[in-house]
Design a protein around this ligand. Structure first.
Ligand SMILES: Cc1cc2nc3c(=O)[nH]c(=O)nc-3n(C[C@H](O)[C@H](O)[C@H](O)COP(=O)(O)OP(=O)(O)OC[C@H]3O[C@@H](n4cnc5c(N)ncnc54)[C@H](O)[C@@H]3O)c2cc1C
Length: 499
């Protein structure tokens, strides 16, 4: 009889673990609280428009990247139409100054040095780092947890050339980096980021992935992408129970032995994997029984990616020729909530993916980060009228601002959808509505947290609350790596199939 594995959560990490475990002869079943796969990697439809809630890029979209081969174990990568952009974004201020953030490093260099020659020294340091990390490929397809001494040496020799630059950039925030820039437009353009206090290493890596053309957008959007992995999982014989929130992980003799759902049903398993929110797993599903001082410290001191208010618009206009990612300063500050206001914004215009709207029309969105998720949860729970009026107010200000910038919006808006941190929590259960788990920093490093918990057998945690920095490639690798750990423990040879 194959071992029975219950996986909590059908996000990318849970689906990935399910696929790899099925490939290796385990009998798996996923319990997912939502009615759809993907978790944060999702999209939703409104009156013929599709609003996307996730993917700007999927690292590993090109065959020359190691990650491509891993994705190809789950998805037929050649069947996806990848959009490789010429530029990441365009910053445009009210004085008509524009800066285009090209993906190609040489084009980017020319543009930045032409627009901000006074920042030559700072920019050269940034561009050199981007160039250097463009050569970096995710170390290995072997889980670090199953690696031996020589694997470790091999991995270390691969990352050694990058360590000094990594240390420099991981300890610098985007805000601090922007502060070094003397050119006003350039400084402001770097500040249009949902998390300004995040490490500038992220910006370096983003440009490096873009430069090596390994960060494409899958045409059709995020839910379609998640559904491809769901399809693979079901083909491999896996089962998914939707609308089944897990409330408890059953433990007997310090060994995980199953789960309990909200409706009170119990399900037995030989192994339980939580691919759900980390905080909920440790403090609710395990009732805090297996936390130690270190875990408490992590959940008290590591910084999380914030939550966000997303305003999506369906507009009866074409918008061809307008930058697909436009960043600009706001004439008037936008107050998001009691603690959060913005003097700049971005709009992502899906004129590059015509599947997202009926012919001649366009779907677009913006989002604003907030660390005030409790305010939005409180409003939704206790003051529905104000919750709605605040959403309407923000949508109104956003429409005004985008209309002022590119025109043809206000008169042609057909569909408005506003999601808040309360929405993110309701649909994905992520702690504080965070959109990517832990923010990488000098304190967190990038190696990730342990997938096992001391004193609890046959239990594993995966996903963005384990892999610092989050992202869909990390979720994929988290599911793959946990399967290697389980196979090694069961003395099975880990194997995969691929397209
Ligand atoms: C706006 C936005 C943009 C992003 N852009 C990118 C990008 O361009 N590229 C990129 O790589 N990444 C991006 N990300 C990050 C990426 O989406 C996530 O890091 C990744 O999808 C996390 O996957 P996961 O499986 O670890 O977690 P999740 O997606 O959170 O999945 C967890 C799943 O568990 C379920 N669940 C939770 N609790 C329970 C429970 N008690 N019982 C049952 N089920 C439960 C949830 O419903 C969910 O389906 C973005 C995220 C957001 C929000």
């Amino acid at each position: 009889m194959p071992k029975k594995v219950i996986i909590i959560g059908a996000g990318i990490a849970g689906l990935s673990a399910g696929c790899y475990l099925q490939m290796n002869g385990y009998d798996t079943e996923i319990f997912e609280m939502h009615s759809l796969p993907g978790g944060l990697c999702t999209s939703w439809s409104r009156s013929g428009y599709t609003f996307d809630g996730c993917l700007h890029w999927v690292v590993g979209s090109t065959p020359s990247d190691n990650l491509f081969n891993l994705w190809n174990e789950l998805i037929d990568m050649k069947k996806i139409e990848w959009v490789e952009f010429d530029y990441h974004s365009v910053y445009s201020d009210s004085d008509g100054k524009t800066i285009t953030f090209y993906n190609d490093i040489e084009k980017l260099k020319k543009e930045l040095l032409e627009k901000a020659p006074e920042d030559k020294v700072t920019l050269n340091g940034f561009l050199k780092a981007v160039k250097k990390f463009s050569k970096f490929s995710a170390p290995s397809d072997k889980a670090p947890e199953t690696s031996g001494f020589w694997d470790g040496i091999k991995m270390f020799s691969k990352i050694l050339p990058y360590i000094s630059r990594y240390k420099k950039w991981i300890n610098l925030s985007i805000n601090e980096f922007a502060g070094f820039l003397r050119n006003d437009a350039l400084r402001k353009s770097f500040s249009v980021h949902p998390v300004e206090d995040m490490s500038a290493f992220f910006i370096v890596m983003m440009h490096a992935w873009m430069n090596k053309k390994s960060a494409g957008y899958p045409l059709g959007g995020s839910l379609k992408f998640s559904q491809l992995i769901e399809k693979k999982y079901l083909e491999l014989g896996g089962r998914i129970n939707y609308r089944q929130k897990v409330t408890k992980i059953n433990v007997k003799n310090k060994t995980a032995c199953g789960i309990q759902t909200e409706s009170g049903d119990e399900h037995k398993a030989d192994i339980v994997i939580s691919a759900a929110d980390g905080h909920y797993t440790i403090y609710k599903m395990l009732e805090g029984n297996f936390k130690d001082k270190k875990t408490d410290k992590i959940y008290k001191s590591f910084e999380t990616f914030p939550s966000y208010v997303q305003v999506s618009l369906g507009v009866n206009h074409d918008f061809s020729g307008i930058p697909h990612m436009l960043k600009f300063p706001l004439g008037k500050k936008l107050k998001l909530d009691e603690e959060t206001e913005y003097d700049n914004m971005f709009v992502r215009i899906f004129n590059f993916d015509r599947t997202m709207a009926p012919p001649g029309k366009t779907s677009m969105y913006t989002l604003f980060a907030t660390r005030n998720s409790s305010y939005w949860e409180y409003l939704r729970k206790n003051d529905k009228v104000r919750y709605q009026s605040e959403k309407d107010r923000i949508a109104g200000e956003v429409i005004e601002a985008i209309d002022k910038k590119i025109g043809n919006v206000k008169a042609n808006v057909e569909e408005i959808d506003v999601s808040t941190p309360a929405t993110v929590i309701r649909y994905t259960n992520n702690w504080k509505g965070s959109y990517e788990g832990w923010i990488p920093s000098g304190q967190t490093g990038i190696m990730g947290l342990k997938k096992t918990i001391k004193g609890l057998e046959n239990f594993y945690m995966i996903g963005q609350w384990i892999e610092v920095g989050g992202g869909v490639p990390s979720a994929l690798m988290s599911g793959r790596n946990v399967t290697q750990i389980i196979c090694k423990k069961d003395k099975r040879k880990f194997s995969t199939t691929h397209y």
